[in-house]
Design a protein around this ligand. Sequence first.
Ligand SMILES: Nc1nc2c(c(=O)[nH]1)N[C@H]1C(S)=C(S)[C@@H](COP(=O)(O)OP(=O)(O)OC[C@H]3O[C@@H](n4cnc5c(=O)[nH]c(N)nc54)[C@H](O)[C@@H]3O)O[C@H]1N2
Ligand SMILES: Nc1nc2c(c(=O)[nH]1)N[C@H]1C(S)=C(S)[C@@H](COP(=O)(O)OP(=O)(O)OC[C@H]3O[C@@H](n4cnc5c(=O)[nH]c(N)nc54)[C@H](O)[C@@H]3O)O[C@H]1N2
Ligand SMILES: [Mo]
Length: 816
Amino acid sequence: MGTIDRIAEPWGTRTPYARGASWPVRVDTRLDEGLSEADVDTWVQSATTLHSNGDALDIAVKDGRIVGVRGRAVDRVNHGRLGPKDLYGYQANNSPDRLTVPLIRRDGKLVETDWDTAMTAVAGRTKELLAERGPSSIGFYTTGQLFLEEYYTLALIGHGGIGTNHLDGNTRLCTATAAAALKESFASDGQPGSYTDIDEADVIALYGHNVAETQSVLWSRILDRLAGPNPPKLICVDPRRTPVAAAATVHLAPKPGTNVALMNALLHEIIANDWVDHEYVDAHTVGFDELDKQVADCDPEWAAGICDVPVEDLRAAARILGEAERLVSTVLQGFYQSHQATAAAVQVNNVHLIRGMLGEPGCGILQMNGQPTAQNTRECGADGDLPGFRNWANDQHIEDLARVWNVEPTQIPHYSEPTHLMQMMRYVEDGSIRFLYVSGTNPAVSLPELGRIREILAQERLFLVVQDIFLSETAQLADVVLPAATWGEKTGTFTNADRTVHLSEKAVDPPGQARPDLDIFIDYAQRLGLSDKDGEPLVKWSDPEGAFEGWKACSAGRPCDYSGLTYDKLRGGSGIQWPCNEKHPAGTERIYRNGEFWSSPEYCESYGKDLVTGAPLEPVEYKAMNPDGRAVIKAAEYVPPHEPPTDEYPYLLTTGRTLYHFHTRTKTGRVPQLQNAAPDVWVEMSAYDAERHGWGEGDLLRVSTTRGNVEARLRVSGIRRSTLFLPFHYGYWDAPGGHAPAGGVGRAANELTITDWDPSSKQPLFKSAAARVERISVADGPSPAPTTTGSKPVASGVAPDTRGGAAAAVLEEVVR
Ligand SMILES: Nc1nc2c(c(=O)[nH]1)N[C@H]1C(S)=C(S)[C@@H](COP(=O)(O)OP(=O)(O)OC[C@H]3O[C@@H](n4cnc5c(=O)[nH]c(N)nc54)[C@H](O)[C@@H]3O)O[C@H]1N2
Ligand SMILES: Nc1nc2c(c(=O)[nH]1)N[C@H]1C(S)=C(S)[C@@H](COP(=O)(O)OP(=O)(O)OC[C@H]3O[C@@H](n4cnc5c(=O)[nH]c(N)nc54)[C@H](O)[C@@H]3O)O[C@H]1N2
Ligand SMILES: [Mo]
């Protein structure tokens, strides 16, 4: 037992273990300064919400206030560990500037009001528009950060009650491609892998996934394998020298936007060397011949030219993949937020399919999630899917959903797949959507091309409702602001990236008049008078457990089957992986064992799409592939990025995260330990380019694309040549000037990004844009970038080491 500064040492103390052994327990505890465990009144069960890892924890409560957190030793996901954002992040709940009363716009200004006035305005405008313009004038934009119960209720209200097809989540920006890639290969969403695969693997490949910074506890698990006997080999595909890249056996640093070329070369090598499991391919897949043909000419020499990666490194990586005995692959935003997102992510599935490495211990694919509850947005149909992974193009599935909801099938729109967010924004722009209800997301900072987004959201004719816990940049543009309760202040369940379901119980009351999102949605449904076909209220529950029971009935028999779970079963022990039903009462560690897939045409969630155009395949086309119970190997041709560098814009700009912040920082920016570790925006550039320009650490640069400008201080980091990186966390709520950039010069990376998306998943492109850069002034000190992360300086001594000091003390207890 000892204390440790987890800002300086984000992954904590090593607890090495051998392949096949159980990951040791290490319990991390953080309490407000000056408190010890003896001071805590109660501990309340929950899990982490600042990433998708689902680390189980208990919330410490004293005098009705959250005063700390402690990792849960019994949980399968984290074995007691917590990451820096989770250890310090709870303090955001206690911020003095939480929203505590509803706000309404009067004479151009947001003023305080009461709940009845606010909700009457929201429901009233909805009814007016339904009467004047019909359901297609109503849109909902939700998140990956509420609870399952809330999404399911919202999906019921939107699809089953109002009958609009315009319902999406910010999961569109996040893990739409995870879902799309799983649907293409396996005909259904659902993570094949399990975190215990890390314990068994001899090779771990990470594709565009900086797990060290974005799921830091999972990285601790990998670090502990690396520190133990017979460590796994690591392959990292990332244009930056992230902590993952630094630890990798082979680090491939491709030009942003060239992932498909790289993947096709790896597949070419695997096939050319006959590292293929032909028995598995013949028995359990269709489409191998097309893949073979597609990658026949994609040798490493070809890819090296496109990706600007050494041929030897490509060969070495392919050999490691080809000779792996147990391979785990993870994929995230470096693949998902690009123009061939689904095509690239599907090729990772193909590596596993042709190597026959799926469903067995150590052989997992994690098409990762990002947000804590993104999996539930997808499962519950709050994001452009239908609840229970039902297929919008299958009339029987619509009828079945109508049965569950007791509505007419015609009430549920299914003329096309539900509208994706970028299309919804276009509808708002052209005035066909007149009412937009935004919950738990901050599009005025997180969507591409912010100048355009601000204009769209500020339109007079749009009625904008924002349900948040802070007065975010988006809330500042709203007509009505609804103050929500958040994690720790409400009860509900959520599911992490390896299908583990956790219960998060209410620990304290929300501040002021803030209410749980679930209560607000139900209030809204009641005010609209939404009813089922017998005239009974459409939403038949009034509390989280009731909603969960409703969801169990909806999910029964579908891949994401929750019917065997109860709140009680989720109390006290570890989280449980779905499917959990009569047949699998303890949950299911791995799906797709024995090469059996959910792909029969009657059962599957999707018939797939054309990866180039995104056009949905017809049922007959799907049936003609004959996937009945098999996985589909889908090949894809490499297509160059849509916005290549030019003489005027010679750099490729990519964007992403740092370890210490979450998204638009509404929470982490209010936490001193985290904010001090990464206080402001910076821009990363390679030493080669910096020297060429004669620039150095801390110089103030202006980065521009055709869409806008951002000023940021230079960090010379281990990023590849001719590539720039901006963290996207820094909006305007805590900057001088409020919600928009001052004088046209911003600090939000999305001032620069492009309005464009992957044709299959419709996920926007945040990872490549053509940019130019100029120096505004010479440094008067180092840039504010952390030194412990991907933004580590290449030269030593140029910036002080990132530390939290005494204020960041965390207790660690290793149980051997
Ligand atoms: N600390 C922290 N953790 C988080 C979050 C957070 O905001 N902060 N957010 C959570 C959420 S919602 C998400 S979605 C996840 C995201 O988690 P990640 O996907 O791991 O995070 P990113 O930084 O967006 O992108 C990952 C990497 O992609 C690389 N990359 C950029 N362009 C390319 C490319 O063209 N090809 C390849 N191969 N790689 C490229 C970047 O250099 C970056 O290191 O993190 C979750 N966890
Ligand atoms: N350039 C660039 N842009 C990106 C990305 C990138 O890598 N680069 N990544 C994209 C990705 S993967 C993601 S996930 C998005 C994230 O983008 P956003 O979803 O816009 O980011 P957050 O800051 O998480 O916004 C969540 C909002 O919900 C509020 N909130 C928190 N808890 C609750 C609650 O319980 N109830 C309610 N009602 N509100 C709550 C928060 O205060 C905050 O305002 O950004 C995307 N944008
Ligand atoms: Mo995300």
